[in-house]
Write a protein that binds this ligand. Structure first.
Ligand SMILES: C[S@@+](CC[C@H](N)C(=O)[O-])C[C@H]1O[C@@H](n2cnc3c(N)ncnc32)[C@H](O)[C@@H]1O
Length: 260
């Protein structure tokens, strides 16, 4: 299972802080996270919540750019420590399924790449909606791994590895295109879906984080792929990089709505 399901019990918990720091510096991530904050329609003096806030980089930006107050929740104590070190003060170590706040406590709340990891995303969304006041905003952002493509020589093998990434390596790797429907089911209005596609042409740029090249080896370890196929994947991957052919994409969905 993915390390973000249980950061505190990973062999090196702080390495997951470094992963998030690295991603935050990527232009694609900076850009879509800024859009997530805009979709909250923040106004000065109001109060917002990020669920699964990680290092709190986006929460700090929202607070500083819009003169609002921001509370955060993350179930990893490691992340809470990192957030406090970065100047956030209201950092609850809590689970997205049981938020330690009264109903209607916030003017807006968001979850960015958190729902892909939670045990029950429907319950977590319901809980997020519960703590936002009427007319307040809810924003959900996640990659949807049903949207992946990868150009290496063996497309059939590529598709099998991408399916493994979508269906096994993540708990809810293909949920994001359903965010709008779930928010509608919970009675939210003014629902808006935006898509942003991450294009990776140089896998070393984000590969420490995405681990693209290692997905086939992981599939082989778990019996989902033959070891020879995993090696063939790695070879085709390296050939594609050497030939400047390599292209991987995955689309993120940014779904925003208003509590009625
Ligand atoms: C991929 S990181 C994203 C962090 C941050 N939102 C960002 O944009 O950088 C996912 C975060 O969600 C947290 N998380 C995962 N499952 C959670 C849960 N059930 N309750 C609270 N936090 C959770 C992880 O500890 C991790 O910090």
């Amino acid at each position: 299972m993915h390390g973000f399901i249980d950061v505190d019990h990973q062999p090196d918990p702080t390495s997951w802080v470094a992963v998030l720091d690295r991603l935050t510096e990527e232009p694609f991530y900076r850009s879509y996270q800024q859009r997530v904050r805009e979709l909250l329609r923040p106004s000065p003096g109001r109060r917002y919540l990020e669920v699964g806030a990680g290092t709190g980089a986006s929460a700090v930006r929202l607070r500083d750019d819009h003169s609002v107050s921001v509370a955060t929740v993350d179930h990893a104590r490691t992340m809470s420590v990192a957030m406090r070190a970065r100047g956030l003060t209201e950092c609850a170590v809590a689970d997205a399924h049981h938020l330690p706040f009264l109903n209607r406590s916030f003017d807006g709340a968001w979850a960015d790449r958190t729902l892909q990891h939670v045990a029950d995303p429907h319950a977590a969304i319901k809980e997020l909606v519960r703590v936002v006041r009427p007319s307040g905003r809810v924003v959900l952002a996640d990659p949807d791994y049903d949207t992946q493509v990868l150009d290496i020589a063996d497309q059939s093998l590529a598709r099998r590895v991408l399916r493994f990434r979508a269906d096994v390596l993540l708990r809810n790797g293909t949920l994001a295109h359903q965010h709008a429907g779930l928010l509608a089911a919970y009675g939210l209005v003014d629902i808006n879906v935006e898509a942003r596609t991450l294009v990776v042409r140089n896998p070393t740029a984000v590969d420490n984080v995405l681990g693209l090249r290692s997905w086939a080896a992981t599939a082989a370890e778990r019996g989902a792929l033959d070891p020879a196929e995993a090696q063939a994947f790695a070879d085709a991957f390296d050939d594609a990089v050497a030939a400047h052919r390599f292209t991987y994409t995955v689309t993120f969905f940014l779904t925003a709505a208003t509590v009625s």
